[in-house]
Design a protein around this ligand. Structure first.
Ligand code: SAM
Length: 280
């Protein structure tokens, strides 16, 4: 079943959180000269037209990136992410939103590499088209979880692995933990970043328990909720689980999260959270 299309959700509050964390990790990895791999297991289409039928229908980006990208008091730590958004919108009107592969493309150096997988029959050709002329990138129509076995460790022994499934299958909540275990076995020094939605809090608690049971250490949780937890349908919050986060990330997000919450949720509902699921 592949009914999920990210184009309905591109640029929403969850993307803002995810791509903020992604860009901070990439910026930290660039502090060392040695090249690294950016592996995106669920890459999506790459570029999303915000005036397109899908994004217009939900209007989610209006309560997401539209509230942030031209803010007068933008925190400096957000600059790399927002530069990637601006690069797609040089006219100053928000027409396109860069997905995680395009944010990485904007931030990576000539010597770094991108490995991008996407399964959807409509989204994969769009992704491939974006990267045809980028010799750093390899795109594959393949199962993202398999990549955690076949592409790790990278020859450079440095990297960020972004795992961002649609969770349209309940089994995704277990598959991500198994995938992380497989990836970590092969590449225990890598940075792994997992995105999660909070629809039913119980599912996330179970997923965290399973993550803890893997024995992996240094697991940081970063969460932004726009509404209180609920047992009704719909996503109330989203978060990132980061294994082996760069040392600055916790402090950077402690400073950024209150600003992001205030800007994305003017009504002030919901919460923010940073916590170690498993410390050092
Ligand atoms: N990472 C993207 C971003 O931040 O711009 C968004 C990805 S979207 C949340 C999830 C994507 O995973 C969808 O485009 C979906 O088609 C794709 N997908 C679903 N199952 C997959 C699998 N097993 N392997 C690779 N891609 C998959």
């Amino acid at each position: 079943m592949l009914s999920y299309r990210h184009s309905f959700h591109a640029g929403n509050h969850a993307d803002v959180l995810k791509h903020t964390v992604q860009s901070l990790i990439i910026t930290s990895l660039k502090e060392k000269e040695k090249p690294f791999l950016y592996l995106d297991t669920h890459a999506g289409a790459g570029r999303y037209q915000l005036s397109g039928e899908h994004a217009e229908r939900t209007g989610e980006y209006l309560e997401g990136i539209a509230r942030v990208w031209q803010h007068a008091d933008l925190p400096t730590a957000l600059a790399p992410y927002i530069e990637a958004v601006k690069a797609l919108n040089p006219s100053g009107t928000l027409r396109y939103y860069p997905g995680s592969p395009l944010i990485a493309r904007h931030l990576l150096r000539p010597e770094d590499k991108l490995q991008l997988t996407e399964l959807h029959p409509s989204d994969f050709p769009l992704l491939r088209g974006e990267f045809l002329k980028d010799s750093r990138a390899r795109t594959e129509r393949a199962d993202g979880y398999q990549q955690l076995k076949s592409k790790l460790p990278p020859p450079s022994r440095r990297g960020l692995v972004l795992i961002d499934p649609p969770y349209e299958l309940k089994t995704d909540y277990q598959a991500v933990v198994q995938g992380i275990q497989e990836g970590y076995k092969r590449f225990s020094t890598g940075v792994f970043a997992l995105w999660y939605p909070v629809v039913l809090r119980q599912q996330i608690k179970r997923m965290f328990n399973e993550l803890e049971a893997t024995g992996i250490r240094r697991i940081l949780q970063i969460e932004l909720a726009v509404r209180p937890d609920s047992d009704q349908r719909g996503m109330t919050a989203s978060g990132m689980v980061v294994i082996n986060p760069p040392w600055k990330l916790e402090q950077q997000m402690r400073e950024l999260l209150p600003w992001l919450h205030k800007t994305l949720v003017p009504g002030g509902t919901g919460h923010t959270k940073i916590d170690w699921i498993v410390p050092e």
